[in-house]
Design a protein around this ligand. Structure first.
Ligand SMILES: Nc1ncnc2c1ncn2[C@@H]1O[C@H](COP(=O)(O)OP(=O)(O)OP(=O)(O)O)[C@@H](O)[C@H]1O
Ligand SMILES: [Mg+2]
Length: 480
């Protein structure tokens, strides 16, 4: 046990020591000679000679006693993360690279004032990731308190003018907080009134955010925190991977946008998905959300890992009525939950319904919007959209989800993908569902009313959940 602890501590030292002060200060083996070496480095701006033993001392590469071994903490993808351009923060031999823009005091103050007036263009420019202009970005995130620190750093570094230790810059990039963003899905929350910057920033500044604030130290947060196992899905906009989180040893799904989101608007749009998930909080029938971040101008979302989706194209399985009723009931509960919070999903379809241990979960909130239409509306997959949406009528967005769920369930029992156009496409939008041999009339009537062309006649999610059909299948569909 003590051996495990020692090795784990060593591994953590190796992993975290490059990006955080905490493990260096706590690790007795690596820092006992000088526990605040990096703190001093930050404060003085003077680089230290390289001490390879401070990294290597605890690593026992032969130790295979437990799963969180060197293999996971120091896989090659971690050692040389994608896009790493800045030197490794512990490699002090590279510390004396002249800074392309030396931190002369006047420039520093000017760039800070600039920042307080609002976001300057170059902050959101894709041409200047954090690691390429470290001094300006580092200055940029500081409030007035940090300004004093910056000044003292500079006076201390006057001995070595025009040089900034890149490890110090990297560490600062890592710890500086990006601006907060208002979550539009949270209505009337008191937290909206709190200014997390104590008025240090203007409103226009708080409305923006860094395109690549994480990764400014040159390390990929994705590679640092996760061990990628396999791609488990993809959509029109994203890829989804099964990953092992290095620090807790648990499996998750991480979804990241395929496209690089260069524009502020694109990033805002992508953020809507995580804002909706975060605002909703946890529900058994909604895919669990953990965290998200921007990296390399892509949005990464860490989620609960599910076993599979109900995608009809990926399985030839024909669903029996009892099974689809179970899925219908559980997703109706998810819809009731989100509709009660004023949110419509707008992309309900089998691809976006996941299964985990027999529990159905609604995922992919990429089109989520507010039912009161106060947010932009991006409709989902046209095969599952009712005719009012195709005619740009958005009065009953919650009922759009009911139609989509009805269409999705119909697809599952039919066993073949819904058409994207043509007479069958049109007849479904007119509320016509061909007879489904072997299925009860009660079930078929329920599907029919869910795809009614008049959204008002469709049941609400609550009415759906309370439909007596689920009493009949009570034991299968679970209790309410
Ligand atoms: N948490 C998860 N657990 C397991 N598989 C997942 C998870 N999230 C997504 N997937 C898989 O990845 C696929 C794509 O994910 P998702 O639908 O979120 O991407 P997208 O690009 O937004 O899709 P779309 O093209 O529908 O807009 C899903 O259909 C599913 O198969
Ligand atoms: Mg999807």
């Amino acid at each position: 046990m003590s051996k495990m602890k020692g090795t784990l501590a060593g591994n953590l030292t190796v992993q975290l020591g490059q990006v955080s002060l905490l493990p260096l200060q706590r690790s007795s083996s690596s820092s006992s000679s000088n526990p605040f070496r990096f703190q001093k480095l930050l404060e003085s701006g003077i680089e230290e000679p390289h001490h390879p033993s401070s990294i290597d001392i605890d690593v026992n590469v032969d130790d295979k006693d437990f799963i969180l071994s060197q293999d996971f903490f120091c896989t090659p993808d971690y050692i040389t993360p994608d896009g790493q351009q800045i030197c490794n923060s512990l490699d002090c031999n590279k510390e004396n690279i002249p800074c392309p823009k030396s931190p002369e005091k006047l420039n520093t103050v000017r760039s800070k004032r600039h920042r307080q007036d609002g976001f300057s263009g170059n902050l959101l420019s894709s041409n200047f990731p954090c690691h390429q202009q470290p001094v300006e970005l580092a200055c940029d995130a500081f409030g007035s308190d940090e300004l004093r620190t910056e000044e003292s750093l500079e006076s201390g570094s006057q001995k070595k003018q025009n040089y900034v230790p890149q490890s110090a810059v990297a560490l600062r990039c890592r710890v500086m907080p990006p601006p907060c963003i208002k979550n539009p899905y949270l209505k009337g929350g008191a937290e909206m009134d709190v200014d997390p910057f104590r008025n240090q920033r203007s409103k226009s500044t708080a409305a923006g955010f860094f395109p690549s604030a994480i990764g400014g130290d040159g390390l990929s947060r994705y590679r640092t925190d996760f061990h990628e196992i396999v791609q488990i899905g993809y959509g029109n906009f994203s890829r989804v991977f099964k990953v092992l989180k290095r620090i807790d040893g648990c499996m998750y799904a991480v979804k990241h946008s395929i496209k690089h989101l260069h524009q502020d608007m694109e990033r805002r749009q992508a953020l809507m998905e995580v804002q909706a998930l975060a605002a909703l909080g946890s529900h058994e029938n909604i895919v669990g959300y953990y965290t998200s971040w921007f990296e390399n101008e892509q949005l990464y979302i860490q989620m609960e890992l599910c076993d599979c989706s109900l995608s009809i194209s990926k399985s030839s399985q024909l669903f029996a009525e009892g099974e689809v009723l179970e899925a219908l009931h559980q997703i109706a509960k998810a819809l009731q939950f989100i509709h009660e919070r004023g949110i419509a999903h707008l992309d309900v379809k089998p691809d976006n319904i996941y299964v985990k241990n027999g529990i159905y979960k609604l995922g992919d909130f990429g089109c989520a919007t507010l039912i009161d239409r106060s947010l932009p509306i991006e409709e989902g997959d046209a095969r599952y959209m009712p005719q009012e949406i195709l005619k740009d009528k958005y009065e009953h967005l919650d009922k759009v989800d009911i139609f989509s769920l009805g269409a999705a369930i119909y697809e599952l029992v039919k066993g073949s993908p819904l058409p994207e156009s043509g007479p069958q496409f049109l007849s479904l939008r007119e509320g016509k569902i061909p007879l489904l041999p072997g299925h009860s009339m009660q079930f078929q009537n329920l599907l029919k009313v869910m795809v009614d062309p008049d959204p008002v006649r469709r049941p609400s999610a609550k009415e759906l959940v309370e439909n007596p059909i689920f009493d009949r299948f009570g034991r299968i569909a679970g209790t309410k």
